[in-house]
Design a protein around this ligand. Structure first.
Ligand SMILES: *[C@@H]1O[C@H](CO)[C@@H](O)[C@H](O)[C@H]1NC(C)=O
Ligand SMILES: *[C@@H]1O[C@H](CO)[C@@H](O)[C@H](O)[C@H]1NC(C)=O
Ligand SMILES: *[C@@H]1O[C@H](CO)[C@@H](O)[C@H](O)[C@H]1NC(C)=O
Ligand SMILES: *[C@@H]1O[C@H](CO)[C@@H](O)[C@H](O)[C@H]1NC(C)=O
Ligand SMILES: *[C@@H]1O[C@H](CO)[C@@H](O)[C@H](O)[C@H]1NC(C)=O
Ligand SMILES: *[C@@H]1O[C@H](CO)[C@@H](O)[C@H](O)[C@H]1NC(C)=O
Ligand SMILES: *[C@@H]1O[C@H](CO)[C@@H](O)[C@H](O)[C@H]1NC(C)=O
Ligand SMILES: *[C@@H]1O[C@H](CO)[C@@H](O)[C@H](O)[C@H]1NC(C)=O
Length: 571
């Protein structure tokens, strides 16, 4: 018994399988220690450039190394010992967590992942007197001679060590291979979260040319980079500073070229899809400026958006990602029965789009009104306007409406989401609420919802959200909607047949000849339809491949790949 336990203890370390990373981590320039492989690289290079070059092993999101403990410090020091210690200074991955805060604050230094989030180390072998307060010294190197770290300006050329961690391992995708393969002295790349970012510092273009120039990777969805979060901004800033250019273009434009308000109305753009409103606008000092209709990243992270003229040539960041199998292709209108295009302008749409404070989406015009009253009063008001309380047919509407209406004032407005019969439902058709994943049943006494968005300053990143309220509360605003109810705003998803568990509902009236008839009496009841062009058959359907297939534990539909059917989804 004791003998076998001892034997077990003795043999167990040797049965641990060697990992792929361990197997491959061989050579005089690399060492495996703990659960990471470290690769030392020379000659020296600027910190910003070095951090994009950790691609020795794909699939591990390589990054500049972390001196997480004394063992790693000793192992990597040993690795460097093939060079004279007095000259071998090594960049680490430490960066300031808050560039406005003091650099001599030990706690202001973190190790960044490629995706822009960081971990705060507990082990920090600073040389005495370090970190220094000098704001230019915003990166950290390891000095093997003294076996300590110090902060230094990022633009000096030091060696660097890349680290590849077992914990970050992911399957290597075709996109990652192609992305890294694009890298050269004139092409900078960064592969993060299944997205390949590409910047060619020497290639500059006007906005309209740059917008259609992201074609380096065949078979992938390429467009000017979208920056919607602080993490994405970090990625864009990493590319900009590696390129050592002042400004790089992004895929963000103010689509209303008559607008006189430079703070709002910014959209994420692609060459093909409809623009998408964005509210993440971290303007750099003295930006935005009037009549500049596009956005780039300049120095000043984390406040680094610059408004740019359409017609000035700048370098630009492209982003490539996988085309998902159910990606919608914008319909180019043909006369085929049942087909419809989002470009159709209806009276409602043209009136809505021409009116300040109105927003057209999902075949509906959303507008804000001043009232004073409970939710029932708000509902009556909308009815009197020929509409109804707003039901939001997409989660994107929360931020779109929130930021749009913020232009006028802070928003605390009734919408048509309410607990009825114990279930959260959109008032439009009394179906159980199923559109947004993370809204749970509100607390008792707060059965009605309002859309809330706080205006603190024009520059602030607002936080529009849906908030439960007592239905009897008196609010000063309401969001109403009027709906077109026609199939003018659908995108086609080729080769899909959606089969509902329940029998398909009947169509009330029609617009297009032949096909799927096309007026819906109740908007949610007609979220999409299936059309088979070969025989003109049609199934209006409440569901779409983009929505959950299980509602209240019941499978409501299945999706089959079926080339003779098209699925039309409301856009
Ligand atoms: C790493 O090792 C595995 C075998 O363990 C091998 O299949 C793979 O190709 C290697 N990868 C690299 C990047 O060398
Ligand atoms: C890491 O390297 C240090 C220094 O060489 C060594 O003492 C330690 O045992 C190594 N740890 C592992 C897990 O390999
Ligand atoms: C960054 O530091 C500044 C100055 O200390 C401070 O005012 C600000 O709140 C900090 N920002 C964050 C996000 O912690
Ligand atoms: C960034 O990557 C790290 C490591 O994979 C992960 O822990 C973290 O959640 C990621 N952050 C985001 C915002 O995805
Ligand atoms: C990498 O690029 C070279 C030419 O630049 C090309 O021949 C090769 O096929 C590429 N490899 C991959 C995996 O795309
Ligand atoms: C564009 O902006 C102008 C000026 O602010 C405004 O009058 C007009 O209604 C806007 N057009 C649209 C379609 O929003
Ligand atoms: C609502 O009232 C606010 C001030 O209370 C005013 O600024 C705004 O223009 C009004 N909005 C509408 C749509 O009447
Ligand atoms: C959903 O959850 C995310 C993350 O927790 C949160 O930021 C967002 O505001 C939530 N959305 C709504 C509509 O409550």
């Amino acid at each position: 018994m004791w003998y076998s336990l001892a034997l077990l203890l003795f043999i167990s370390p040797t049965v641990a399988a060697t990992t792929d990373l361990q197997t491959n981590c061989t050579g005089p320039d690399r060492v495996y220690n703990g659960t990471s492989c470290y690769v030392v690289v020379k000659p020296g290079i600027r910190h910003s450039a070095a951090k994009l070059l950790c691609n020795h092993y794909l699939g591990y999101a390589g990054h500049l190394y972390r001196i997480t403990n004394a063992a790693v410090q000793a192992a990597t020091r040993q690795l460097i010992s093939t060079y004279p210690y007095s000259t071998a200074w090594i960049w680490t991955g430490l960066e300031p967590k808050n560039s406005s805060a003091a650099l001599n604050d030990n706690n202001n230094w973190g190790y960044y992942f490629r995706n822009g989030t960081f971990v705060s180390p507990t082990y920090r072998p600073w040389q005495s007197g370090q970190p220094a307060a000098n704001t230019a010294n915003n990166r950290v190197y390891y000095d093997p001679q003294y076996d300590t770290i110090s902060n230094r300006a990022e633009n000096v050329a030091y060696f660097y060590i890349c680290e590849y961690e077992e914990a970050l391992k992911l399957p290597v995708t075709d996109l990652e291979k192609k992305c890294v393969n694009l890298t050269s002295s004139s092409v900078l790349t960064s592969f993060v979260n299944d997205v390949c970012y590409v910047l060619q510092p020497a290639v500059t273009k006007f906005y309209s040319d740059a917008k259609v120039a992201c074609n380096a990777l065949n078979g992938y969805d390429g467009h000017l980079a979208h920056v919607r979060t602080m993490e994405e901004l970090w990625i864009a800033e990493a590319l900009r500073s590696a390129a050592n250019v002042l400004i790089v273009r992004l895929g963000i434009a103010q689509t209303n070229t008559s607008s006189t308000d430079p703070y709002t109305g910014w959209y994420l753009t692609t060459p093909t899809n409809p623009p998408e409103l964005t509210t993440f606008l971290p303007w750099a000092t003295s930006y935005p400026t009037a009549s500049m209709r596009t956005i780039g990243v300049t120095s000043g992270y984390p406040k680094s958006f610059a408004s740019l003229s359409l017609n000035t040539a700048y370098p630009f960041i492209c982003q490539y990602e996988s085309l998902t199998p159910i990606t919608t292709t914008t319909t180019t209108t043909t006369t085929t029965a049942g087909e419809a295009s989002s470009t159709k302008i209806t009276t409602l749409k043209s009136e809505c789009m021409g009116k300040a404070g109105s927003h057209f989406a999902y075949s509906s015009c959303y507008f804000l009104a001043n009232i004073s009253g409970a939710q029932a009063t708000a509902s009556d008001y909308c009815m009197n306007q020929g509409g109804q309380l707003a039901s939001l047919f997409g989660e994107d509407l929360v931020s779109q409406l929130g930021s749009l209406f913020l232009q006028f004032s802070s928003v605390q407005a009734w919408i048509g989401l309410k607990v009825t019969g114990g279930k959260l439902k959109w008032m439009v058709d009394n179906v159980p609420h199923a559109l947004f994943k993370n809204i749970s049943t509100p607390p008792t006494g707060s059965e009605c919802y309002a859309l809330v968005s706080d205006r603190s300053s024009l520059n602030a990143i607002e936080n529009p959200r849906l908030s439960p309220m007592a239905c009897s509360a008196s609010l000063q605003q309401v969001i109403c909607m009027k709906s077109d109810h026609i199939y003018s705003s659908y995108s086609i998803q080729g080769g899909k047949k959606v089969i509902e568990a329940e029998s398909p509902e009947s169509v009330t009236t029609e617009i297009d000849s032949g096909g799927c008839g096309a007026r819906c009496s109740e908007i949610i009841g007609c979220v999409g339809f299936n059309f088979n062009p070969s025989d003109g058959s049609c199934i209006p359907t409440k569901v779409s491949p983009a929505m959950p297939s299980v509602i209240d534990g019941v499978t409501t539909y299945t999706v089959e790949i079926e080339s003779s059917w098209n699925f039309y989804e409301r856009i």
